[in-house]
Structure formats: C-alpha cells, structure tokens
Design a protein around this ligand. Structure first.
Ligand SMILES: Nc1ncnc2c1ncn2[C@@H]1O[C@H](COP(=O)(O)OP(=O)(O)OP(=O)(O)O)[C@@H](O)[C@H]1O
Length: 641
C-alpha cells in the first residue's frame, strides 16, 4: 500500500457520509435547519419503533418521566418567586422566613419529586439501552441470515451489511442516549421559557438574548465538523486498517516473516499524523467559534440584566420575579448546552442509523421469494435433470452456459474440469443455493424452485471446498450438520467421525468432543487444515441426507484419511445420490457418470471408460495426472482402491 490517500474504491463504501459531507460544502446545499430537523426526525422513527418493540412500557414510562421532570422544574421556578416575595419583603428575618415557609416546603417537595423522577428515568434507561441493542442486533442478524446467497456476491449489499453491523447498531444505542438528552434539554428550556412568560411577557425574549449566541456557537461548530466529516472518516479508516493489521492474529506470522513491522508502523504513522493534524485544526476552529459564542452570550447576558434592571426600575417586575428570572436563565442556558450537544451528536449518528435502516430494507427485498403454492420437496429426490441452465454472478459475465445433464436417483456422479470451469457454481445451483438465470433444475420432472425452500434444503448435504471453522466445540462442529437430530449417547456423531477419521483428531484434543476449536478462547485449540477437513466431512456424514454434494472433500487430506473418506463415500452412496467434485481423477473412475466442464460449459460426459475411449479433454487430463504421478496411462493411479 502506498502512503498516499486511499483509492476512491476504498473510500466508496462510506458513500453516504461522503454524500452528506459533499452536501455541506459551499454550493452543496449546506447543513440547513430543515436538513438537520429532517435527519433528527428520521433517526427518531427507528429509535421509537425499536423502543416500542423492545420494552413498550419502559419506553412510555421514560417519556412520561421526562415530561414530568420538565413540568416539575417549571413549577419549581414559579414557586421560587413566591418563596422570594416574602423573603425580600419588609419585617424581621424570622417573620419573613415564617411567611415563606409553606412555599419553601412546597419547593423542597417539588425538588424531591424531580429527583425521584430523574432516578426513575435513569432506571428505565438502564433497562432500555441493552434491550435496544439486543433487539437491533437480532434484527440485523436475522435479516442477513435470511437473504439470498446471491446478495453476498453483490459488493454494494455486502458493504452495506458491514456498515450496518459495525456502526449502525452501535450508534443506535448511542442515539437513544442522545435522543433522551435532547428531549430532556428541550423540555428544560421550554419549562424555563414558560415559567418566565408566566412572570412577565418580556422575560422570554430577554432569555433568548443569552441563549441565541450560545446556540449559534454550537451550531457553527457542528457545521465545521460536518463539512470535514469526509476527511475525518477517510483518515480514520486508513488508520484503523493499519491498526487492525498490526494487531490481528492472522497477519502476525506474515508480518514477521516478511520483516514488515516497520512498514506497517510507517504506514500507520502517515495516516495517523494526517488524522491528528486534521483533528487539531478542526478542534482549534471549533474552539474559536465557541469562544466567540461565549463573548456574544456574555454581551447578551449584560443586555438581559440591563433589561431586568429597567423592568425593575419601571416597577413592571417585582424583585422576586427578577430573582426567579436569573435562576431560570442559569437553568435554561445549561439545558440549552445539553440540548445542542445532543442534537449535534444525534445528527451524526443519524447517518449511521440511516445505513442500518437501508440495510434492513434491502435485506427484506433480497429474501428468497416463496412461490405461491410451493410443495414440500419429495423425501427422496428422484432423477435430477438440468435443463438449458445458465448462470452469472455478475450481469454479462456468464459462469455457466446452456448446461444439460441428468443424474439418476442413486447414482454417484463426478463433476470434473480445470480451475474456474464452474463446477462449484453448478453444485451450488444443484443445492438450490443460487437460482438459475435461465433454464431449470427438475427433481422427477418438477422444477425444484417450486419446492418449499426448507424441505428442499432438508434433502441435501453439502460439504464445501472451504468449510466454515466454527469457533465452537468439536461436537458442535459435527452436529451443526443437523443440529436438531436426536443422537442419544452421541452414537451417530461417533459413527460419522469414525468414517471421516475425525475420531482420531478428537482423541488428541484436551477435552475431547468438548474442546472449543478456536484459539480466541482460553483453553481453545486450533486444528490443521486436514484435521478441520475431517471434521467437515464428518459433519456432512452426520447430516445424513439423500442427496450428497461433495466439493473437493479430500483436497487437504493425507493419503490415509483420503482413503477413509472415499471408503465412507462408497458406503454412503448406497441408496443416495452423490455429486462429487474433485481434481483427483483417480477417485472418479468408478463414478456412474462423469461430467467434464470447461469454461462454464459441459463438454464431455460418460463413464470413465467411455471418456477415455473418446480421447478428448478428460482423457488428456487423466494422462497429464498420470504423468505427474509417473503412472502408466492405463493406470488411474488410485492410491486407495
Ligand atoms: N461469488 C462469486 N462471485 C463472482 N464470481 C465468482 C464467484 N464464485 C466463483 N466465481 C467465478 O466463477 C467462475 C467459476 O468458479 P467455480 O468456483 O464455480 O469454479 P470451479 O470449477 O469450482 O473452480 P475450482 O476447481 O478452482 O474450484 C470463476 O471464474 C470464478 O472466478
């Protein structure tokens, strides 16, 4: 990676922020008040929906307590005037105190009520915030687990998912805090304004003289941050990428082997220095605005006090009301600061929340459609016929073209061909993981797209080329093949493991089947590539389905384990349909049918002997492999037959 700024491609995933920041630049529309209010409202809607779903009562209780806190503080302000009136009147101190006592007690009661409401609202928040996160996360995971597999091949969708996961959920949680702060601040300012309006109609405008400069300072600082958001995000991303490389377990060995620590540190320092300089200049500009705001607020305060003095002198305002006005001024200005800060933060978070919402909407559209009148798939998939099938991951770049083939029920067939010829893709279509762009796949004459997705998946066991290494126990790694299958005393589990020679792997683990297979956990254990593969094969065997699709099941296995897997495959084949993808042509000699693929097309098919007699592409590959293993062309070089 060069030290220069990242390529536009790497920045693009955060296009939303980029667009927003562009809009904030001169001529880009700017951060208008309507834009801000619109964004805040947009963020509030999903928050409110989540709150209602997570804990409707606690949510409503929280809102009510916030409103009551505002009402109590307005009442307390008004009562302060009545307390001040006798205190500022003539008479001895004892007489004045006695006259003020009832209202003083009332004021104390109101303050106590305010405190009780505050603590009730804090308790409700403590309940709500984790529940909100939990629900938001679950919605995200459910949505991503339910989308079509093809969605994961769309870089836009995949990026959106990660933005929603990495930032959306986190910011939703923070946004709730901000929204509550905003509400509390707004209610407190409103309460102060109402209380002052009650005392004298001229007091609210006087209060605004102090509040407006303060609001202006926070607002313009927010605009500055907003305008520089794209730069901040880009530089932070660069820095984070390097920080992640420096701390990742996966990269640790290679960084050392390539003697690259200095390279990583230098790359980190370049972007981190730029980020630091950018943040410092932004911070200084913000501080300038804030201090201008403070000076203006000071001037506003002087004007307000002068106005109060004039009202007092003219006898338009009693001294007690003037005292209350000063109290209201202090409380409103503190509340305004809270409010503007919360609004600013909520605005920033609203961008991420919009990402989260967009993702959920997209995911909903990407859910596989359940066809009207879908039927349960037959218990035993009969003859499988692929008719004129074509498929492309990206428009205009076909990976499979006009495939026609037939697999009889109970046959073991092999898909062979060079790298990238489309074998895995065809296997995934056979498994229903992708839908053909053209043509169809029929089970006993019925288009498999018309079967209920769940029941269709039930009939298929698939071991993929690069199986998932579940960071769970060894037992879970096998049982996940059919986790709901009752298996008293692990009998089926152990049988599957024996067939895949995974039992030997488990015997060497410190806690046997209960060993957690991940070094990320204390006491966890990692396995070699071949050992993982044995577990994956056991997983496929444990699944015990009538249609079995094996994609390179033995690639990383040693000869003994490979022989064991093929033995089990032969046993497994009885009564099942097996589709085997392999580059080891020796292992497909006994297949009932071999399909040879080339550049997305099916170019040859037949039994081994037929294809050898044809002397085409398959025969050429067989001869090549034999030469590699120094075997005569008549021999298939089977190591385990
Ligand atoms: N998810 C994907 N998105 C886009 N293109 C893909 C995707 N998966 C595979 N391809 C492309 O489709 C073509 C066929 O890939 P496929 O994995 O089906 O081939 P294969 O015959 O199984 O290869 P190999 O023998 O190397 O496993 C390749 O050109 C590959 O780059």
């Amino acid at each position: 990676m060069s030290g220069d700024a990242l390529s536009p491609e790497l920045e693009r995933p955060y296009w939303r922020l980029q667009d927003e920041a562009d809009a904030a630049r001169p001529g880009g529309g700017g951060l208008s008040a309507t834009r801000l209010l619109g964004r805040l409202a947009q963020a509030a809607v999903p928050l409110w929906q989540l709150l209602r779903a997570a804990a409707p009562r606690a949510g409503a209780g929280l809102l009510l307590s916030q409103l009551l806190v505002g009402a109590v503080s307005a009442a307390a302000l008004l009562l302060s005037t009545r307390v001040l009136e006798p205190l500022l009147a003539g008479g001895s101190a004892a007489e004045r105190l006695q006259a003020a006592l009832p209202d003083l007690l009332g004021l104390a009661g109101l303050l106590a009520l305010g405190l009780a409401l505050e603590s009730a609202s804090a308790r409700a928040r403590a309940h709500l915030v984790p529940q909100l996160r939990r629900l938001a996360e679950e919605r995200l995971f459910r949505a991503s687990l339910q989308v079509d597999l093809a969605a994961f091949d769309d870089p836009g969708f995949y990026d959106q998912l990660h933005r929603a996961r990495d930032r959306g959920v986190l910011h939703l949680e923070g946004a709730l805090e901000c929204a509550l702060e905003l509400l509390a601040g707004a209610i407190a300012v409103l309460a102060a304004l109402l209380a002052l309006a009650w005392l004298h109609a001229l007091l609210p405008p006087l209060l605004l003289l102090v509040l407006m400069p303060q609001a202006w300072a926070v607002w313009s600082a927010a605009r500055l941050q907003y305008a520089s958001m794209a730069t901040t995000v880009r530089l932070s991303r660069e820095t984070e990428m390097m920080a992640e490389l420096a701390t990742q377990r996966e990269a640790a060995a290679e960084i050392r082997a390539q003697q690259a620590p200095d390279f990583v540190i230098e790359a980190y320092a370049r972007s981190a220095d730029a980020l630091r300089d950018h943040l410092v200049s932004l911070g200084l500009a913000e501080a300038r605005r804030q201090s201008q705001g403070r000076w203006l607020a000071g001037a506003g305060l002087a004007l307000t006090l002068a106005g109060l003095g004039l009202l007092l002198q003219a006898g338009a305002l009693p001294l007690a009301a003037a005292g209350t006005a000063v109290l209201a001024l202090r409380s409103a200005s503190a509340a305004l600061e809270r409010l503007t800060r919360a609004a600013h933060e909520l605005f920033e978070k609203s961008l991420y929340i919009a990402d989260y919402q967009d993702f959920l909407r997209q995911a909903e559209q990407r859910r596989p459609a359940c066809p009207q009148g879908a039927l349960p798939a037959p218990a035993q998939p009969g003859t499988i016929r692929v008719e004129d099938l074509s498929f492309a991951y990206q428009p205009g770049r076909p990976v499979l073209q006009a495939i026609n083939l037939e697999i009889q029920a109970g046959q073991t067939v092999a898909l062979v061909g060079e790298n990238g010829s489309g074998k895995t893709t065809l296997a995934k279509l056979l498994a229903g993981l992708y839908q053909p762009d053209r043509g169809r796949i029929c089970w006993d004459g019925q288009d498999m797209a018309g079967f209920e997705a769940e029941s269709r998946a039930e009939r298929i066991a698939m071991v993929l080329q690069d199986p998932v290494r579940w960071p769970r126990s060894a037992r879970d790694n096998v049982r996940i093949g059919r986790h709901t299958r009752p298996d008293p005393e692990d009998r089926a589990l152990r049988a599957a493991a024996r067939s895949a020679r995974a039992d030997e792997v488990v015997a060497g683990l410190p806690q046997g089947w209960d060993t957690v297979l991940s070094r990320y956990f204390r006491g966890g254990q990692d396995l070699s590539g071949g050992q993982w593969q044995r577990l994956a094969v056991a997983r496929g065997l444990f699944r015990d389905a009538p249609l079995v699709i094996w994609d390179e099941p033995t690639a990383p296995l040693d000869a003994r384990a490979e022989a064991a897997v093929y033995d089990s495959l032969r046993q497994l084949a009885a009564g099942r349909t097996v589709v085997l993808i392999t580059h080891r042509l020796a292992s497909v000699r006994a297949a009932d049918r071999i399909f040879f693929m080339e550049r997305g097309r099916l170019v040859e098919q037949g039994r081994h002997e037929e294809l050898m007699a044809l002397n085409g592409r398959y025969a050429e590959l067989v001869r090549l492999q034999n030469r590699l293993h120094a075997l005569p062309d008549t021999d298939m070089g089977a190591t385990h037959d």
